[in-house]
Design a protein around this ligand. Sequence first.
Ligand SMILES: [Zn+2]
Length: 232
Amino acid sequence: MALKRVLENVVNVFYPKLCLACESETYSGIIPVCVRCINELPIANLHKESENLITERLLGRIEAKAAGALFYFTKKGKVQHLIHQAKYSGDAQISKLLGNWMGRLLMESDLFNDIDVVVPVPLHYSKIKTRGYNQSAEFGRGISEILNKPVLNEALKRNRKAISQTSKNRIDRLTNVHSSFELNNVKGLENKHILLVDDVLTTGATIEACAEKLTSIEGTSISICVMAIVMD
Ligand SMILES: [Zn+2]
C-alpha cells in the first residue's frame, strides 16, 4: 500500500469523513456526501447540454461555449447548508471536494474536453483575510485537479468591496459589478478556452462582468461552471 494511502487511513480513523451536506452520516468513496444525501441533493446535470438553464440566463450577455453547475440552489435546503459551509466554515477543503466532484462530472461531457485553464471569480482581499480563502478558487482548484489543467488565481482582480447591493436599482447594481473586476495577470490566457468558476449563479451579473474582461484578451473563449444555480 502506498504511504499516502496508509496515512489517509490513519487520518480517517481519527477523523471520520462526515457527509458535507448533513454532517451526521459518514461517507466513503470519492463523492463527499452520504448515500442518503446523494439521493436527496438536487444535482443539476446541465453540463452535457450545450444549451441549458445557465446559457439561457446569460443569453445576449455572454457567449459561453458550455456551462455547468453542481446543484440547483434551494433555500433552507441541504444545498444552502453546503454552500454556506463552503464559504464560511473556515475549511477550504469543502469547496475543493465539491470541485473534485464537479470535475468528475465535467469529464463525462465532451463540451469541456478542450478547456485549457481554470479561472476563479476573485474575492476582495479583505474578504480573503476574514474567511482565509476564496471558496471559488478552491472549487476551481478541485476541478483543475481532475481536468489536469492549471488554475490561474491571479488572472482577475476584485477592485473594491461590493457596496451593499440591496439599496441599489438594477442598473446601479450592474454598473457596480462591472467596475468591480479588472484583468490582473493575463499571462498564459491568450487563445485559451477558459473555464470561469464561481460559487452561486443568480442573475449572472458577476460572471458576466468577469467574462467581459477575459474575452477582451486575444482569442479567448469562455465556459462557465458554478457550485449552484439559483432557480427563478
Ligand atoms: Zn448526508
